[in-house]
Write a new protein. Structure first.
Length: 206
């Protein structure tokens, strides 16, 4: 995976070449990613669906993250990013069913990782139950849902904890129910502005 080739860009999103994934994260080159947030409605309440990253992941293992996301390879268009959804969580989605929310540029620096992403962000209004998700164990170990209003209040600072419900696949392959409170340390450390912006974009489409 570290040898995958990605397109790299300058700060103004102008293409400047190609680099390996390892080099991209070591030198901090801007690169493109695909992100898709699932929302669902139950009993007139909107929920956001998140994945739990596998403990096998090099970066941010076991943390809550975007429903489905991944890097766009040098040969791929934004539309090709939809493969991530099927690969990671086993749901067939057509690109035309996605709602484009926008492009968000952000940077996360952690130890030797400099992650500068040009994120193409999409929304999918899902009718799927959590039991419908088939997880790629190397990438994803569980799925949870969170009330969207509570998720928003959590990230703008009004709440220290948020309720998550769903399931996780344990080391023996058994599905274990999740029903607990989560704090910010349980989430991939995107900056607060990122979460606030994405949630506002989602509200605009509901």
């Amino acid at each position: 995976m570290e040898s995958e080739l990605l397109k790299i860009f300058d700060e103004k999103r102008n293409p400047i070449g190609v680099a390996s994934r390892e080099e991209v994260h070591k030198k901090g080159f801007w690169h493109e990613t695909f992100q898709c947030w699932f929302v669902s409605k139950e009993e007139e309440k909107d929920y956001i669906l998140l994945q739990i990253r596998s403990d096998q992941k090099k970066d941010y293992p076991n943390l809550l993250d975007i429903t489905s996301a991944g890097h766009l390879l040098v040969t791929e268009t934004v539309q090709d990013g939809i493969r991530e959804i099927k690969e990671e969580i086993g749901i067939d989605v057509r690109f035309n069913d996605l709602i484009s929310l926008g492009i968000f540029d952000y940077c996360v620096t952690r130890e030797e990782l400099i992650d500068r992403e040009i994120a193409h962000v999409f929304l999918y209004k899902s009718n799927h139950a959590l039991d419908d998700f088939v997880l790629q164990k190397e990438e994803v170990s569980g799925m949870v849902k969170i009330e969207l209003d509570a998720f928003y209040e959590f990230w703008i600072g009004d709440k220290e904890y948020v309720s998550i419900k769903g399931f996780e696949i344990d080391q023996d392959g058994n599905k274990v129910e999740i029903d607990r409170m989560a704090c910010k340390e349980d989430f991939v450390p995107h900056e607060n502005l990122y979460y606030e912006t994405i949630i506002r974009w989602i509200y605009n489409e509901l």
